[in-house]
Ligand binder design. Structure first.
Ligand code: SF4
Ligand code: F3S
Length: 106
């Protein structure tokens, strides 16, 4: 499965949702997650993310492992998203900022 990681937080570009053939992205206030049971590992979303926030679970950086559970948990409670909606106005300013996990709104 593929996993959305920390750099998506507050960037939330949403380019990923446009390419997913099975519509398995779920939307929170400032982050998206992938439903691990619905992702078919097509890899289409990975290069679409301008924030480079999407990784295959096998290639997840060591400091992003906790996002496996975050994606699995939040995909159960957040609504599905299939089209790009409003992007955060200051999204670009947050791209690459460290320690954004504390800012994740659930
Ligand atoms: Fe969707 Fe494919 Fe990305 Fe999985 S790898 S979330 S199926 S686009
Ligand atoms: Fe997030 Fe990248 Fe999608 S920033 S919303 S994973 S395009």
């Amino acid at each position: 499965t593929f996993v959305v990681t920390e750099n998506c937080i507050k960037c939330k570009y949403q380019d990923c949702v446009e390419v997913c053939p099975v519509d398995c992205f779920y939307e929170g206030p400032n982050f998206l997650v992938i439903h691990p049971d619905e992702c078919i590992d097509c890899a289409l979303c990975e290069p679409e993310c301008p924030a480079n926030a999407i990784f295959s679970e096998d290639e997840l950086p060591a400091d992003q492992k906790e996002f496996i559970k975050i994606n699995a948990d939040l995909a159960q409670v957040w609504p599905n998203i299939t089209e790009i909606g409003e992007r955060p106005a200051d999204g670009k300013e947050w791209d690459g900022k460290p320690n954004k996990l504390a800012l994740l709104e659930r």
